[in-house]
Write a protein that binds this ligand. Structure first.
Ligand SMILES: Cc1cc2nc3c(=O)[nH]c(=O)nc-3n(C[C@H](O)[C@H](O)[C@H](O)COP(=O)(O)OP(=O)(O)OC[C@H]3O[C@@H](n4cnc5c(N)ncnc54)[C@H](O)[C@@H]3O)c2cc1C
Length: 379
């Protein structure tokens, strides 16, 4: 038997596991997926969870195709030379490993009454704190998670006075139609947006801006971006400055035989092109990593990963949204869908991700497809 281990049961890890499971009988694979929690965390709905919306719970196990073995355990280290994964309860040897422990939000400032979107357990902590929140809330960052979180909170708690502080500018990041719509929704929800503005410090009841102004703040929400899981760095593996494991264009780690990666936790070689962390990239990477592992175990030539961004789908509360179409490189083009239709599309996108995991689980067919686009290396 060829032993395949998958480290992390998110979008990338589960899709990879199910693709390999479909070949396991023919190829003689034994597959183990290790995940720290028994529950599948639909991270793309973290802002909804934080705003207190009840969400359906799914177990990782129910999304996995037989004969994948599920190990509920926390991985503490990876020995990529000895080919073992060290968990809290022991060691798991492998012939091929797919590293897919995802990403985490990390706060830019240590502060009381501050919540970091995307960090483990923080959506739950915010949900518990929200009913007693009052006064002013400052959201750090108007990236995708900052926009989705602030609009969701404004809808859930219209009595709160919400300010979003953004180092960037929507005009540079969206089409004119997209930027106009975001500003219109912020006005409707009475969210104040400060662009080209940097936060210097978070104090107990205020936020100090780099230009010397202060904003009242009873609660801060930090959404300054995602970092790869620290596991690769802790294990002494090659990482970039966001802690993402460095893989080649076939998703294998150079110099570490049998070590592959997928999802938010990895970075492609320089020159590949910009790959935003997201479910939009994690699932294609998971599917491709499964293919690369099969080719590696069969001694066949591995194929380079190809991808093109289709667009950004953003929820703006439950009844509004923005679908910003982009070029392959995630650059906005003028076409955008706004309002209720966009909210509907966004909801379908969220459902589609889990539907694809389930469909590949039950059928064993490669039903999930993605735009191949122009992102690729010279190989
Ligand atoms: C609020 C919010 C909204 C978002 N909205 C979108 C969106 O609309 N579109 C989009 O494309 N992306 C969105 N994202 C990003 C998206 O959620 C991630 O890119 C995606 O979850 C990455 O998938 P993954 O499989 O790489 O990792 P994850 O989904 O993070 O899964 C990793 C898994 O590994 C497990 N794990 C981690 N460390 C260990 C360990 N040491 N031992 C064992 N298990 C471990 C975790 O428990 C987890 O189950 C959003 C993120 C947030 C926070």
């Amino acid at each position: 038997m060829k032993r395949i281990v998958i480290a992390g049961g998110g979008y990338a890890g589960i899709l990879a596991a199910n693709r390999l499971a479909a070949q396991s009988k023919k190829e003689g694979y034994s597959i183990t997926l290790i995940n720290a929690s028994e529950t599948f965390v639909e991270r793309i709905r973290d802002h909804q969870a934080g705003a207190g919306q009840p969400l359906p719970r799914m177990s990782v196990r129910e999304l996995l195709r037989a004969p994948v073995a599920f190990l509920h355990d926390r991985i503490e280290s990876i020995d990529a030379v000895g080919k073992t994964v060290g968990t809290q309860s022991g060691f798991v040897p492998y012939d091929a490993l797919i590293y897919a422990p995802g990403s985490e939000g990390r706060p830019s400032f240590a502060a009381e009454n501050s919540y970091c979107i995307g960090a483990p357990g923080e959506a739950d902590r915010l949900r518990r704190a929200l009913p007693s929140a009052k006064g002013s809330v400052v959201v750090l960052g108007a990236g995708l998670t900052g926009i989705e979180t602030s609009t969701e909170l404004a809808e859930a708690r219209p009595d709160l006075s919400i300010t979003v502080v953004h180092t960037g500018n929507l005009d540079r990041e969206y089409s004119q139609k997209g930027a106009n719509h975001l500003r219109k929704v912020f006005r409707r929800l009475q969210i104040r947006l400060l662009e080209d503005t940097r936060i210097q410090a978070i104090r107990p009841s205020s936020v100090l801006l780099a230009d010397g102004r202060t904003l009242p703040s009873d609660m801060t929400i930090q959404s300054g971006g995602l970092f790869g899981s620290p596991l690769a760095r802790i294990s002494g593996l090659p990482v970039n400055d966001r802690d993402q494991l460095l893989v080649d264009e076939t998703l294998m780690v150079p110099d570490y035989d049998g070590l592959f990666g997928a999802g938010d936790a990895i970075a492609l070689p320089e020159g590949y092109g910009f790959m935003r962390m997201g479910c939009v990239t994690a699932m294609p990477l998971g599917a491709h990593a499964a293919g690369s592992v099969s080719q590696y175990l069969a001694g066949a030539k591995r194929r380079a990963f190809r991808f093109g961004f289709p667009g950004r789908s953003i929820s703006l509360g439950r009844n509004d949204g923005l679908i910003q179409f982009t070029d392959s490189f995630d650059g906005p083009v003028e076409r955008a869908i706004t309002g209720r239709s966009a909210a509907f599309i966004k909801e379908q996108v969220c459902r589609y991700t889990v539907r694809m995991l389930r469909l590949e689980r039950t059928t064993g067919w490669k039903v999930f497809r993605w735009p191949q686009g122009q992102l690729q290396t010279a190989n």
